[in-house]
Design a protein around this ligand. Structure first.
Ligand code: ASP
Ligand code: MG
Length: 400
């Protein structure tokens, strides 16, 4: 059985914690014949390295940044190998380049092209525990690259795929994926299982347990993921394909506080207006999330949409420039997006109506609605954020 484990920055955050990880690995090695471990840099290290470079330049050479940034993971990988060897276990650390991960040359944000698993297999055959520095590879010129922030999750999944591993365990400082943020609803429960699709929705909606790209890759390569804590023995959350799930109607409630709403009132109701508005926003690289347009009346219509809060001013400027100084443009940054996520929605009716009814009973007005196959998102006033989350959590019996 081949198992890939990944330990995140807080799990290897100091020398004692690295020793704790070494002890966990020793236990795992007794269970699994072949063990490959991917590590992040010690927490804070990557930021510290970035700050050092910024001493010289606001825009340092990306090629050199990658040589600098990949040192963080090399450091924790070597320290972990040293700790294991000192305890009498045979271990070896490899950089991403040593482990033959080939990437594109997009320095600081490289894409994985392929992994030649021969080097890792060779070390496993020698009976070694293989520790690989996450977040990095090398391009066809032999220059080392990094995969973008949070990229060691991606390394773990990619190596698990390349080695055809039976399991990829991601260790962090939380127990797994919860039905909602336990700081908002203390009755939130840890989920035993969740599908890749649901995880992607919950992650992009703010449940930051795993990097999104890594979940997408796991889905593509069909890698069985488990996320769990390195600080206790609790079972984590399994992330797997939908077919392997007993379909819960709703798996979780996510909250996104980073949205702002813009409404364009009485814009001309004729072909090409929406195209102009959203092309302008795209040109400004503003990510639009929800959009609603009403049926027009008297030759005009209203178009509403949401953008990230940090882009609100830029979006408003762009709209004023496009529509002219007299245009009726309203905005509201005191809103949040609450989403109900669950694969079971595909096959059940009435999920949306129970959400609407529950919020109505609490006197919470819904400003915008959007739905997909496995998600219902609602925009409500910020002051209702917590109440809306708790209400919906209860509506779908997620506290039971
Ligand atoms: N050390 C890198 C970062 O902080 C990669 C990772 O931790 O996943 O982004
Ligand atoms: Mg991380």
């Amino acid at each position: 059985m081949i198992v890939v484990q990944k330990y995140g920055g807080t799990s290897v955050g100091n020398l004692e914690r690295i020793e704790n990880v070494a002890n966990r690995i020793i236990k795992s090695k007794q269970l699994y014949k072949d063990l490959v471990v991917i590590v992040s840099a010690m927490s804070g290290r990557t930021n510290e390295l970035i700050e050092r470079a910024q001493y010289y330049s606001d825009n340092p050479s990306k090629l050199e940044m990658d040589k600098l940034l990949n040192c963080g993971e090399k450091e924790s990988a070597a320290l972990l190998a040293i700790a294991l060897i000192s305890k009498g276990y045979d271990a070896v650390s490899l950089s991403g380049k040593d482990a033959l991960m080939l990437t594109s040359s997009d320095y600081t944000n490289a894409k994985i092209i392929s992994i030649d698993n021969s080097r890792v297999k060779q070390e496993l055959q020698k009976g070694k525990i293989v520790i690989i520095a996450g977040f990095q590879g090398a391009d066809e010129n032999g220059f080392e690259t990094t995969l973008g922030r949070g990229g060691s999750d991606l390394s773990a999944v990619a190596f698990a795929g390349a080695l055809n591993a039976d399991l990829c365990e991601i260790y962090t400082d939380v127990d797994g994926v919860y039905t909602t943020d336990p700081r908002i609803e203390p009755k939130a429960k840890k989920l035993d299982k969740i599908s890749y699709e649901e995880m992607l929705e919950l992650a992009s909606l703010g449940a930051k347990v795993l990097q999104n790209r890594s979940v997408e890759l796991a889905k593509k390569l069909n890698v069985k993921l488990v996320t769990r804590s390195s600080f206790n023995e609790n079972e984590g959350t399994i992330i797997t394909s939908e077919e392997k799930m007993e379909q819960a109607l709703v798996s979780g409630i996510a909250l996104d506080k980073n949205q702002a709403r813009i409404t364009l009132r009485q814009v001309e109701d004729k072909p090409g207006i929406a195209a102009k508005v959203f092309t302008t926003l795209a040109k400004n690289e503003i990510n639009v999330d929800m959009i609603i347009q009403n049926v027009g009346r008297d030759g005009t219509t209203n178009i509403g949409f949401t953008v990230p809060q940090s882009s609100l001013n830029q979006a408003l400027d762009a709209m004023r420039e496009l529509l002219g100084a007299n245009a009726l443009i309203e905005s509201d940054s005191e809103i949040v997006k609450v989403s109900v996520v669950g694969v079971g929605m595909k096959t059940h009716a009435g999920v949306a109506s129970s959400a609407f009814l529950a919020l109505a009973n609490e006197g919470i007005n819904i400003q915008m609605i959007s739905t997909s196959e496995i998600k219902i998102s609602l925009i409500v006033a910020s002051k209702y954020a917590e109440l809306a989350v708790r209400t919906l959590h209860k509506t779908y019996n997620l506290d039971k």
